[in-house]
Design a protein around this ligand. Structure first.
Ligand code: 5AD
Ligand code: SF4
Length: 444
């Protein structure tokens, strides 16, 4: 059968969709990008913010037309929104055939077969944490690959729906991660992105107390991955600031393949709001960790997530966030307007900040960010940077794109030796708003 998969939300969902696509192909199906050609349409959804859910629901609702024209097609909803709404989705959208929660994505092939035979409508949202490794296999060979090393989250930040829709935190075994990484590298992968909602808590058995300074299973995992011949780069997202203990910081500094870029969610720069968010650090603590990391790895760059308009956020709280962001000097940031998520703790308190003020605060931070990024990019002019070649630029077919370990995007004209997944040097000559460009230096 021809299968169409649309993914919403985070990189974890992207990875799951890719692995699901590969699994379906192994079962004899083919993938298509064209909705109206598909026999099965799958929507892998996100619930983390209200906007993400609305977008997916709108799209799935729109599929009603297609189902009218082709009643034999099968439409399934997967992922976090499926987990959150379950039966409700089936009731609300009569053209839906099945809903499968986050712990059941590997059951899609079986589900398709069942529905083909019985044409029943099904919603299943039970968790099977023991089957965490079942969706391990990656998709088509490429220079980059992703491995989910933990799933779920035990931290219960008050605004966040993840612990409810993704379940408790579970880590995959080190052996299975290493085996998957080696198989990926054998298939041509040169950069591996390690994924988890709380990735640096890897191997801590769900204990939310950050470990002693000399203990970090995540550091041990990075060290073993760093030894895989043929692998060039290791990235990871997203860690929680409190897990960067001495053991982890020294591993990051010593592992030559681990990229010098950290996505380190801040959420707020006000201690009062951080406390209300149930984030277990203070603004000063966050800054201290950044300083410690920078001391160990001087060219380290940082990106972050920030929420504006959390209930009770005053102008003063917001200004603390703004100031802290400037102090850290993030090279990238994702700013979100707070939206209450049903089931999350903060949804029980009033959403006090108006949409207008949220938008205003959002725009202030975005303007700060824009100015800061363009300043940082300017400082790269004249320097020689090492990039991992990614391929033809999506904007300009004549040019290719690469990325530095510090996560800056670099454009250049390719030469005959230019191959995706190889490391090359570029002399930066121009900087733009979001990327730089320069001259590719010949291979030594
Ligand atoms: N409202 C707005 N942003 C949210 N995020 C998570 N939950 C919410 C919410 N209820 C943001 C956080 C998180 C990112 C993935 O999404 O910043 O780090
Ligand atoms: Fe959500 Fe907090 Fe867990 Fe991140 S650490 S997934 S924000 S509960």
């Amino acid at each position: 059968m021809k299968i169409f998969i649309k993914t919403y939300g985070c990189q974890m969902n992207e990875r799951d969709s890719e692995a699901l696509g590969a699994m379906l192909c192994r079962n004899g199906h083919t993938l298509t990008d064209v909705e109206k050609d598909a026999d099965v349409l799958l929507f892998n959804t996100c619930s983390v913010r209200d906007a993400a859910e609305r977008k997916a629901k709108g799209k799935i609702g729109f599929m009603r037309k297609l189902k009218k024209q082709k009643p034999e097609i099968i439409i399934g909803v997967l992922g976090c929104m499926a987990q959150r709404l379950g039966d409700e989705l089936l009731a609300e959208l009569p053209h839906l055939d099945f809903v499968l929660g986050t712990g059941q994505i590997h059951r899609v092939p079986e589900m398709i077969e069942n529905i083909q035979k019985t044409r029943c409508r099904v919603s299943e949202t039970e968790f099977f944490p023991d089957e965490i490794e079942m969706l391990g296999a990656h998709g088509e060979a490429s220079w980059s690959g992703q491995i989910a090393i933990t799933r779920g989250c035990n931290r219960f930040c008050s605004y966040c729906i993840v612990p409810y829709v993704r379940g408790r935190e579970v880590s995959r075994s080190r052996e299975s991660i290493l085996a998957e990484a080696r198989a990926m590298v054998d298939a041509g992968v040169r950069e591996i992105l390690l994924l988890g909602q709380n990735v640096a808590a890897y191997g801590l058995n769900g204990d939310i107390r950050p470990p002693a300074d000399d203990h970090s299973p995540f550091a041990e995992l990075l060290e073993e991955l760093n030894e895989i011949p043929g692998l060039l780069r290791i990235r990871y997202t997203s860690p929680y600031v409190s897990y960067f203990n001495k053991r982890l910081i020294s591993a990051l500094a010593n592992c030559s393949k681990v990229c010098h870029n950290i996505h380190l969610p801040l959420q707020s720069g006000s201690d009062r709001i951080l406390k209300a968010m149930n984030r277990q650090y203070t603004a000063a603590g966050y800054l201290e960790k950044v300083a410690e990391l920078r001391q160990a790895i001087p060219d380290l760059t940082f990106s972050t997530d920030v929420i504006v308009g959390f209930p009770g956020e005053t102008e003063e709280d917001f200004n603390m966030t703004r100031q802290l962001m400037n102090e850290v000097g993030f090279e990238q940031a994702f700013i979100f307007k707070y939206s209450p998520r049903p089931g999350a703790k903060s949804a029980e308190i009033a959403d006090t900040v108006s949409e207008e003020v949220k938008l205003e605060r959002n725009n202030i931070l975005l303007d700060d960010l824009k100015a800061r990024i363009s300043g940082k990019l300017q400082t790269l002019s004249g320097s020689v940077v090492e990039v991992l070649v990614e391929g033809v630029s999506s904007r300009n077919q004549e040019r290719w794109t690469g990325r530095t370990g510090t996560n800056f995007v670099v454009h250049f004209e390719p030469d005959d030796d230019c191959v995706p997944g190889t490391l090359r040097k570029v002399e930066v000559s121009r900087s733009g708003a979001v990327s730089v460009s320069g001259k590719l230096l010949p291979l030594d």
